[in-house]
Write a protein that binds this ligand. Structure first.
Ligand code: ATP
Ligand code: MG
Length: 565
């Protein structure tokens, strides 16, 4: 990638979270801001996480604070260190760093256990022998209160002994849990004696076999925040109802630090699914090539597709941070990518569907070098030379045997300009005698028109791109379309979201022709293929000198909405 600088914040009003931070600094409530990004290492990160990363790391950076990288690794049955590594790579690729501040919730298992003993001693936690099913049915609903567990009034001694027994592996999985003793009549279901520890006889990717009880997310999260001295704990709106529990844990345990949880609206994007669980289903069912399939909006997928990190940061800055759920159209993301690449991508010529043109009056065996600009608006990006010869490839769709009037490209006896080259006029067509397919066209060129204009002042309307046949580098190009056919594949819960997959989301073109300057392309380098879009050399399938290109994005917005089915 060419650019990993963080975007400079634009002079626009602060979002409500940055406003709270600014107020807290001004009032002296805090002198140093500490935020955290707390992924669970149970899958790869997606574009939704990028919003949270840009907010947490961004707000800390802007205020000279710190953002901790914390793995929320409390569920060993779904977590792996491979996910930890991919998450680190993704955050760094987005342009952020955590310095020394790399943490794992599992680092706090001893402290969390000690806090649990403290809760028991305060009469604020008890061991419950109800089954998961019974706990659920006792919990009540939004309109009905819960039912107190028959184990709720166990003595402190009994609770301490049983909890230690749980820790020592004396009981089977699911037979007992530790619950906070709060209020079964609370209007907030999260406060109805939530489970805070469960037995799981599963090895953990960091603590190995040391533990067979694991703390639950809500209990772990607030305490990890407090242990690390987080000032602002930023999370998505679905945690709003969990905030009373967050505060209850910290108040009850009288932690010296009490971070403030603030919720913001998650990113929802059309034509995609964004839950790790659903992405995992697509990976495991081989609906896509893997977590980093360029059609997916995982960070590793968009990196491979060629989206620049700077475009993602710009996108996150543009959509802003709010309190109301909303949907962002995929075209907004694509426009951010297009703008960024338009600024930075060198222009080159590549023919995706080649048709051979023989220039009858150009001497056989002759070559010449034409000069081409690397970026029309940026002369500082320099020029390069492109070889021209008697045989060239043009785009098959740039020739029509029977063109309509408004078709300004090639047709019989029509003249067109070759980008950076000459005018050519079509004089005849070679067809396959059996199939009738056009296999080549013959043209003549006007030697007076080198550079693109005719001394006699005659005009041509069309300019087409081309590649010299003997100099062309053949390669594979992958074109991507939306992965789903509906705006919200998740909307109808009675239909599996995978039913909405677009069977034509990937087109592989095996015989594309590149101008020779692209022979040296390195994986990850990107270009504008003139008239065809922005393309990036695939990070996995490209070899130095043998690129495979992904179309990152088209030149114009092609996300015309399809009718909702
Ligand atoms: P998923 O539902 O995709 O598995 P998650 O919330 O379970 O996501 P975590 O690893 O727990 O994934 O998320 C880490 C952080 O990223 C959390 O603070 C979470 O709120 C935030 N986050 C996840 N998805 C989004 C999203 N779509 N928009 C903004 N922030 C998000
Ligand atoms: Mg989560």
């Amino acid at each position: 990638m060419t650019d990993n600088n963080t975007t400079t914040p634009e002079a626009k009003p602060l979002d409500f979270i940055r406003q709270i931070i600014a107020d807290d600094l001004r009032s002296g409530k805090h002198h140093k801001i500490v935020t955290r990004f707390p992924p669970e290492p149970n899958g790869f990160l997606h574009i939704g996480h990028a919003k949270s990363i840009c907010l947490n790391f961004g707000a800390a950076l802007e205020n000279n604070g710190f953002c901790h990288m914390r793995f929320d690794d409390t569920n060993p049955s779904k977590e792996e260190s491979a996910y930890v590594e991919s998450i680190k790579r993704d955050v760094q690729w987005l342009g952020f760093g955590w310095g020394e501040n790399l943490f794992y919730a599992s680092d706090y298992f001893d402290q969390l256990y000690a806090f649990a003993l403290q809760l028991i001693n305060l009469g604020k936690a008890y061991v419950c022998d109800l089954s998961a099913e019974e706990i659920r049915s006792h919990r009540g609903t939004l309109t009905e209160p819960g039912i107190e567990s028959p184990y709720r009034n166990r003595t402190t001694e009994e609770n301490l002994a049983l909890f230690q027994g749980m820790k020592n592996g004396e009981f089977s999985e699911g037979s007992r849990v530790l619950r906070a003793r709060i209020d079964m009549f609370s209007p907030n279901l999260n406060m109805r004696d939530p489970v805070i520890y469960r037995i799981l006889k599963v090895a953990h990717h960091r603590t190995g076999d040391k533990w067979c009880i694991y703390p639950m997310y809500d209990y772990t999260h607030c305490l990890s925040d407090a242990i690390e001295g987080i000032t602002h704990s930023l999370c998505t709106l679905e945690f709003e109802d969990h905030r009373p529990l967050y505060d209850w844990c910290l108040d009850t345990l009288k932690t010296p630090c009490h971070p403030r949880q603030i919720e913001f609206a998650r990113l929802n994007l059309t034509y995609t699914v964004m839950s790790k669980r659903k992405i995992l289903q697509m990976v495991q069912g081989n609906y896509v090539e893997g977590w980093d399939d360029p059609r997916m909006l995982t960070i590793s997928g968009i990196r491979r597709r060629g989206y620049p990190a700077s475009a993602i940061r710009k996108f996150c800055a543009d959509i802003g941070i709010g309190k109301k759920e909303s949907w962002i159209d995929m075209s907004v993301l694509e426009n951010a990518v297009r703008d960024d690449m338009n600024n930075n991508a060198p222009r080159v010529m590549a023919v995706l569907n080649p048709l051979k043109v023989i220039i009858d009056n150009y001497p056989e065996g002759q070559n010449e070098e034409l000069t081409a600009q690397n970026h029309p608006q940026k002369p500082e990006m320099g020029t390069r030379t492109i070889p021209f010869s008697r045989e060239i490839f043009i785009e098959r769709e740039d020739f029509l045997e029977d063109p309509p009037k408004k078709f300004f490209r090639l047709g019989p006896d029509r003249e067109v300009r070759l980008r950076y080259g000459y005018f050519i006029r079509c004089v005849s067509v070679d067809k396959d005698p059996i199939t009738g397919e056009i296999i080549a066209i013959h043209c003549t060129y006007d030697p007076q028109t080198r550079g693109g204009s005719a001394p006699d002042g005659r005009k041509v309307k069309g300019t087409i791109h081309w590649v010299s046949v003997p100099h062309a580098v053949s390669c594979q190009v992958r074109l991507y379309d939306r992965l789903f056919l509906t705006e919200n594949p998740d909307a109808d819960k009675s239909v599996d979201f995978k039913e909405h997959l677009n069977p034509e989301s990937l087109t592989i073109l095996d015989n594309c022709m590149l101008e020779p300057s692209l022979a040296k392309t390195l994986p990850g380098e990107y270009f504008q293929f003139e008239r065809n879009g922005y393309f990036c050399a695939d990070l996995i399938n490209s070899q130095p000198g043998a690129p495979v290109f992904n179309r990152t994005v088209t030149l114009k917005d092609s996300w015309v909405k399809i009718e909702k089915s």
